[in-house]
Design a protein around this ligand. Structure first.
Ligand SMILES: [Zn+2]
Ligand SMILES: [Zn+2]
Length: 303
C-alpha cells in the first residue's frame, strides 16, 4: 500500500497504535477518521497479510457472536414469545452453548488456517487496500450487486445440497439439526457446506474485482458484515411487525428460512424471495394456496 509506505517512512513514526494514529492524522489531513484508522492499522502491523488476516478474523468473530447475543437474550424474555415463529421450540441454554462451541471450533480449525491466503488472493485479483476509500455511491451499488450474486449462488448450491439423499445426509443434514433455528445456528454446518456457501459471500466480490479491477476491501467488508447480519437474523426464529420484508417484500427474512428448517423443503434462497418464486420452490401458506388454485384451474380446463 503506497500511502502506508509513505507513512511508515515518515521520520519519527514510532510507538503504539494510537501514537502512530496521531502522527498519521497530522501528515494525512485529507483522510477521514475511519481512513486514518485503516491506514494506521496497516502501518502498525508492517505486514499486509497479517493485517488483513487478523482484521478479517476478528471482524467475523465480533460480529457473529455480537449479533447473535441479542437473540440469546430475547429467547430468555417470555414477553417476546408472541413474536417467535415456532413458539413451542425455545432453544435451551445447553443447545446454545453447544452450538456456540461448535461454531467457534469450526472458525479456529477451518477458517483461521485459510484466512492467511485471503490477502494474497485478494491482492492478486485486484482488490484495493489503499486509502482514501471509494465514494459511498460506488460502495452501495457494488454491495447491492453482491447481494444479488450471493443470493443466486446460495439458492442453487443450497438446492443442490437438498437434491440427493447422499449430499443431504453427508453434508447438509448437520445444519438441519435444529428444526427451529436460532441466531447462533447460522454457521452451524459441516466444513464442506461452510466453504461452498461461503464462496457466495467471499468469491462473488473477488470475481467482480477480477473483471473490473475496481473494488476496495472496505466495500467487501461492509458487504460481509451485512450478509452475516442477514444470515444470523434469518436464523433468529423471530418475526416482528417491523421486520424488513413487510416494507421490502422481496426480502426473505426469518419467516422464509424458519419454514425451510421446519419443513426441510423449499425456500432455498438466502436474502431474497425471487428465485424461490420464479422456480416455484416457495414454501409458504400463500404459495401452497397459489399452487392449489393453479391445479384446480387446470382440472376445470380439462373438464
Ligand atoms: Zn437446507
Ligand atoms: Zn439455515
Amino acid at each position: 500500500m503506497d500511502l502506508a509506505m509513505n507513512a511508515t517512512s515518515t521520520p519519527g513514526l514510532s510507538g503504539g497504535y494510537w501514537n502512530q494514529f496521531d502522527e498519521i492524522s497530522k501528515t494525512n489531513v485529507s483522510l477521514n477518521y475511519f481512513e486514518t484508522l485503516w491506514l494506521t492499522w496497516y502501518v502498525y502491523m508492517q505486514n499486509d497479510v497479517l493485517a488483513t488476516g487478523i482484521m478479517s478474523f476478528v471482524l467475523h468473530e465480533v460480529l457473529y457472536f455480537g449479533r447473535s447475543l441479542p437473540w440469546v437474550i430475547i429467547d430468555c424474555i417470555p414477553a417476546m414469545r408472541k413474536y417467535k415463529i415456532q413458539p413451542n421450540k425455545i432453544p435451551t441454554a445447553k443447545e446454545q452453548w453447544y452450538c456456540a462451541g461448535f461454531v467457534l471450533l469450526s472458525h479456529f480449525t477451518v477458517e483461521l488456517p485459510q484466512i492467511w491466503l485471503f490477502h494474497p488472493i485478494a491482492h492478486y485479483f485486484g482488490l484495493q487496500t489503499t486509502v482514501p476509500f471509494p465514494p459511498v455511491w460506488k460502495m452501495v451499488y457494488q454491495i447491492a450487486l453482491f447481494f444479488f450474486m450471493e443470493d443466486t449462488w446460495h439458492y442453487w448450491t443450497h438446492r443442490f445440497l437438498h437434491s440427493s439423499p447422499f449430499l443431504y445426509k453427508n453434508i447438509h443434514k448437520l445444519h438441519h439439526q435444529y428444526s427451529a433455528p436460532f441466531g447462533l445456528a447460522a454457521e452451524y454446518a459441516s466444513p464442506i457446506e461452510v466453504m461452498s456457501l461461503a464462496f457466495g459471500t467471499v468469491g462473488c466480490p473477488i470475481i467482480f474485482a477480477s473483471f473490473t479491477r475496481d473494488l476496495h476491501l472496505m466495500t467487501m467488508y461492509l458487504f460481509v458484515v451485512l450478509r452475516l447480519m442477514q444470515a444470523i437474523d434469518a436464523h433468529s426464529g423471530y418475526e416482528f411487525p417491523w421486520s424488513l420484508h413487510h416494507f421490502f417484500p422481496v426480502w426473505a427474512g426469518a419467516d422464509h428460512h424458519d419454514m425451510h428448517h421446519e419443513k426441510f423443503i423449499g425456500n432455498y434462497a438466502s436474502s431474497f424471495r425471487w428465485w424461490d418464486y420464479i422456480m416455484d420452490t416457495e414454501n409458504s401458506p400463500e404459495a401452497t394456496k397459489r399452487r392449489r388454485e393453479k391445479k384446480l384451474a387446470k382440472v376445470r380446463k380439462a373438464q
